[in-house]
Write a protein that binds this ligand. Structure first.
Ligand SMILES: Cc1cc2nc3c(=O)[nH]c(=O)nc-3n(C[C@H](O)[C@H](O)[C@H](O)COP(=O)(O)O)c2cc1C
Length: 325
């Protein structure tokens, strides 16, 4: 399938794997890129720019196809060495970067000069327009359904995507709640040029996470996520567990006086415990409502081939039938 996104990134299928903390290692990105999508290494999962350099080189050994690096700008207890990460990305010849969180205007001149294409992930039309204005090549429009940080506007993709289509000139992909061929066709119908998936890619054979994480996603329904850290204006959609219930109790009890330090036990340093050790009650970890649409753990290639075949079938048969009548 050809879209402005496949053309922009030189990929076969308009499917992107969004950056995911402690999931987006070389194995994940390489599997997605090898299957014809765009795999993305999560930059900040590597503790240092040198660590990222090694991860990029490992990924190159696994695939010759294009892959990208995610750079997330979110509030952090200790801010990462952003200039160092940017330098490494450029030195290693990466040509696609997914930025997320705060507006990436400070790093844009460096990426532009190095010929790096930037896709910024954001959760509102106004942030998408800002991304376009500062020179981003594309945006990933992340609806309220998404796993991770949906922002504070709570606009679901059925509204957000056509709104983005009405306003943007640069191409965009639909992100949040995407799982299958139906998602892809719907995204295209609403004006997107492809889709970005997070949670769905965790439940694949190649995802380098503990089996307990994959099992938890398959077992979860669309009712099993919760929004945490809303009082801190750092809302995150996570899978419900005992730690999340505890966190929400604290939010209720402390109200507007809550500080990050009050919930540090439930949110800091959680990812390695969940993703590597499989300790599922260790804390709050991002997961989308789309868990309700995930019932198996295929290989990445099986998943992407299935999505493309299903999308093709919907377009040429189901939708064509309606067009003819
Ligand atoms: C476990 C997990 C970790 C994530 N970590 C990041 C991250 O570090 N940076 C980022 O930009 N997005 C992150 N995301 C968001 C995804 O890239 C993607 O935008 C989101 O998952 C899309 O929604 P979906 O899960 O419904 O597909 C994460 C998502 C999940 C599920």
């Amino acid at each position: 399938m050809k879209t402005r996104i496949t053309e922009l990134f030189g990929i076969e299928h308009p499917i992107i794997q969004g950056g995911m903390h402690y999931v987006g290692f070389a194995e994940m990105a390489a599997a997605v890129s090898e299957a014809g999508g765009l795999g993305i290494i999560t930059g900040l999962t590597q503790k240092t720019p040198e660590g990222l350099r090694k991860e990029i080189r490992r990924c190159r050994e696994m695939t010759k196809k294009p892959f990208g690096v995610n750079l997330t700008f979110l509030p952090a207890v200790t801010p990462p060495d952003y200039p160092g990460f940017v330098r490494t990305i450029i030195e290693e010849g990466i040509k696609i970067v997914e930025t997320a969180g705060n507006n990436p205007s400070q790093v844009m001149p460096f990426f532009k000069e190095a010929g790096v294409k930037v896709i910024h992930k954001c959760t509102s039309v106004r942030h998408s327009l800002k991304a376009q204005a500062i020179g981003c090549d594309a945006v990933s429009v992340d609806g309220f359904e998404c796993g991770g940080h949906p922002g504070e506007d709570d606009i679901p993709n059925f509204i957000l995507l056509p709104r983005a289509a009405d306003e943007l000139k640069i191409p965009f992909v639909a992100s949040g709640g995407m799982a299958d061929g139906r998602s892809l066709v719907a995204a295209l119908a609403l004006g997107a040029e492809g889709m970005n998936m997070g949670t769905r890619f965790i439940a694949t054979k190649e995802a380098p996470v503990h089996q307990n994480v994959k099992d938890a996603i398959v077992a979860a329904s669309e009712l099993d996520t919760r929004l945490v850290m809303r009082p801190l204006r750092n809302t995150e959609r996570v899978l419900r567990n005992a730690a999340v219930d505890r966190l929400l109790e604290k939010e209720k009890a402390l109200g507007a006086t809550i500080k990050f330090e009050d919930i540090i036990e439930e949110v800091a340093g959680v990812y390695p415990k969940i993703m590597i050790d499989g300790t599922m009650e260790a804390g709050a970890w991002s997961c989308g409502m789309v868990a309700g649409l995930i019932h198996d753990v295929p290989t990445v290639k099986e998943l992407i081939d299935r999505i493309m075949a299903e999308a093709d079938q919907i377009i040429t048969q189901r939708l064509a039938r309606f067009a003819a009548s």
